[in-house]
Structure formats: C-alpha cells, structure tokens
Design a protein around this ligand. Sequence first.
Ligand code: NDP
Length: 242
Amino acid sequence: MTETVIVTGGSRGIGRSIVELLAGEGYRVRFLYRSNDGAARAVLAAVASAGGEAYAHRCDVADAANVEAFCELVADEPIYGLVHNAAVIWDGHFLLMAPEAWEVVMQTVMTAAYRLTRGCLRPMLRAGRGRIVAVGSLSGMLGHAGQVNYSTAKGGLHAFAKALAREVGRYRITVNTVVPGWIMTDLVAAMPEAKRREAEREIPLGRMGAPLEVARVVSFLLSEQASYITGATIRVDGGVGA
Ligand code: NDP
C-alpha cells in the first residue's frame, strides 16, 4: 500500500525538496502551501515528470478553518507521516514588534502543528504506526535577537515534538525534530552577498547547506531505519549550532 505523507510548506525551499525526495521514494505526498500557486504547480510538474505521486493543497496553516477543511478532506485516508515544515519570519526589535507579527508567526509555526496533528493523528493511532517530523530552527534552541516571536514559536515546536513523542510512543508513532542551519533557499539567497559571506565564515563546514541535505534526514526519520528514534532533535547545520 502506498503510504501518505503530508508536508506543510511544500511548494518552495526545504519543503519542496522534501516533497520531491519523498515522492521519488514512492510515498504519496500531499503538500500544503499558502498562496504561491505557480511554485506549487512547478513542484507537481517536477514530481510527475519523475514518475511520483503528489497533490498540492492551497491551505493557510495559520487559519483554523483552512486546516480543519484539509483534515476533513483526508479523514478517510491512512496517514503515515506528517512533516511540519511551513514557517514565516517577521523579525523586529521586541518592543517595536507589531502584535500581528507575534500572532502570525505563532499561528504558522506552533499552532499549525497542534491543529494539523490533532486532525491527522487518529489514523496513525488506529494503524499503530506513524511518523511525525517537525522542522525546527537554531533560533528556537539558542534564541536569536530580533526574532523573539520566531524563537518562541520554534522553541514551542521543539517542546511540542518532545512531549508528543512521550505520549504516542506506545502506539509506535515517532516524533522528531530536524533543525536546519543556514540552508540556501529564497530567504537566504535574498541576503546581501557580504552578509552571506559573514554567515559562512561562522559555519565549521564552511558553506551553506542545500535543501536536499535537510530533506534526506527527514526521509530517514520517516523510514523503517529510524524505528527506534523518537523525541530526538537532529541538527543539519554544518556544525554551526554545536
Ligand atoms: P521558504 O520561505 O523557502 O518556504 C516556505 C514554505 O512555507 C512555502 O512553501 C510557503 O508557501 C509555505 N508557507 C508559509 N506560510 C504558510 C502558511 N501560513 N500556510 C501554508 N504554507 C505556508 O522556507 P524555507 O524552505 O527556507 O524553510 C523551511 C523550514 O525550515 C521552515 O520551518 C524554516 O523555519 C526552517 N528553517 C530554514 C532555514 C533556512 O536557512 N532556510 C534555517 C532554519 C530553519 P507560499 O510560497 O505559498 O507562501
């Protein structure tokens, strides 16, 4: 039977790489994105041309009704895996940070994981197996100035994964967190060259990572090889967070 894996934020960057890799490995992948239809179509085309199976769902994970509608849509489908990858950043000095910047980041990163997991966990419990992977951030482990909202949301996501791992382990469901360092996505590509060079000097491996290097670890955690790993936090950061 083809296993279904849901990936949030699967239309660009790390999420796109996860979708393409998993579809290439034979999973049926349902990915969620917020608004960029063109990017989502490009992912579908890439997956189809490689002979894989993927479905794109325009679903704002920060919106409770959107997530509920998506969960209803897949209610009868055996869900094997869930990858919480969607995120936005909305940086600013703490006192100058608009309440909306706090709300949107918390809803997109942390509350979305709560809502989507709640909506999709039952099939995993019934099947007595499943895999949940959260994509975290060093910002959530170390705290970054100018990102109190994002650090808090990612830190919450890390804790969510650890607590849930303890709760659902007896049902053979694993919950782990993958923490990317500097990964070359749209976000990083838009940084001024000088700032990028400065960041690279801090990385023990001397370069930014590629989305696929994160996707491979997500794929490993979804696989049978990772059957005894749960509640773990795995950095994929070239050593920068060590
Ligand atoms: P990108 O900004 O390249 O892509 C973000 C993806 O998330 C897009 O597919 C976007 O869809 C989707 N998305 C954003 N908001 C929502 C929403 N409300 N509902 C549904 N989908 C949404 O991100 P990256 O690939 O760089 O990051 C992926 C993950 O890795 C994130 O969790 C990020 O925090 C983490 N990370 C990344 C690092 C890096 O260096 N790149 C470093 C550390 C962590 P759309 O285009 O339609 O808006």
